[in-house]
Design a protein around this ligand. Sequence first.
Ligand SMILES: [Zn+2]
Length: 325
Amino acid sequence: MFRAMIQKIGQVVLALSLVFGATAITGTGVHTAEAANPVRWQPGQLHIGSISVGQGDATLIVSPEGKSMLIDVNQSSASKIASYIQTVLGHKNLDYIVLTHYHADHMGDYVNLLKNYGVTVKSATYDRGGDRYAYNSTLYQTYYDYVTNTANNAKRVQMREGYYVNMGSVTVKCVSVGDPSTNQASGILTKDENDRSIALTVRYGNLDYFVAGDLSGQTTSQYTDIETAVAPKVGSIEVYRVNHHGASYSSNQYFVDTLKPKQSIISVGYNTYGHPVSTVVSRLQAYGRVYQTETASGAVKDGNVILLSTNGTNYTINGTSFVTK
Ligand SMILES: [Zn+2]
């Protein structure tokens, strides 16, 4: 009888975990938002997945024609990213990888992903270019040596403002990137690596999406405001992949007022920088819903944030339906 009771309790626990399986219990309370598991891509479907990789970035875009692009590879995330790609595509052969800039939380596990996790690049690895000394870090030099070795087949291409990347019915356009030969981004002299981030608009039908690494929006002793020059090139959009993990020196008021994002996605994890800051979150909430992969204490919040659309007008984010503006 005692054994039967234990079994019974086991069944109840199992049943409860089935019911609440999609609910993440975190240090800051119970979040009812469904943490999306990656779903297998179907022909005719746009998939944009902000992969929950902690404090850093990794976004997978798959166009309705099956063209794939991975934007950024956070450090210590290769295993998670490779498994996400495999689940969505059923293979690990990407058309493109874009590394927005040379900070570890954006390109730290690139070499590991290709070398040890079987991910390949069919067409190009886009970065902001430059020689072995374009950025002063051992990580960058290791990356540089890897991508410039033709035996590794990484197909490095320098991204430039105005470049289009072919993804079938999805148009990807570079609207800003730091040029190592002039030290300018969007025609503005810069000195910080974040300012130099590759900024991309992604358009499918009426659905407009923007992603730009850690692009800066205020001029300080460290940063230079690039967002103000970029905003008119982007215009009003549906979904904003929030610059610099919701930091206070990005997503300036003019930029947010110009983009008017209906949904914003903050890719963030355990950090001591205070990302995301509440002023930025409130500024974004004035226009719509804000998703956040994890909390600053490293707990899961929304987890993976996955956008799906099959017609460029209707789209879902983690199962919630929206219509374009
Ligand atoms: Zn970053």
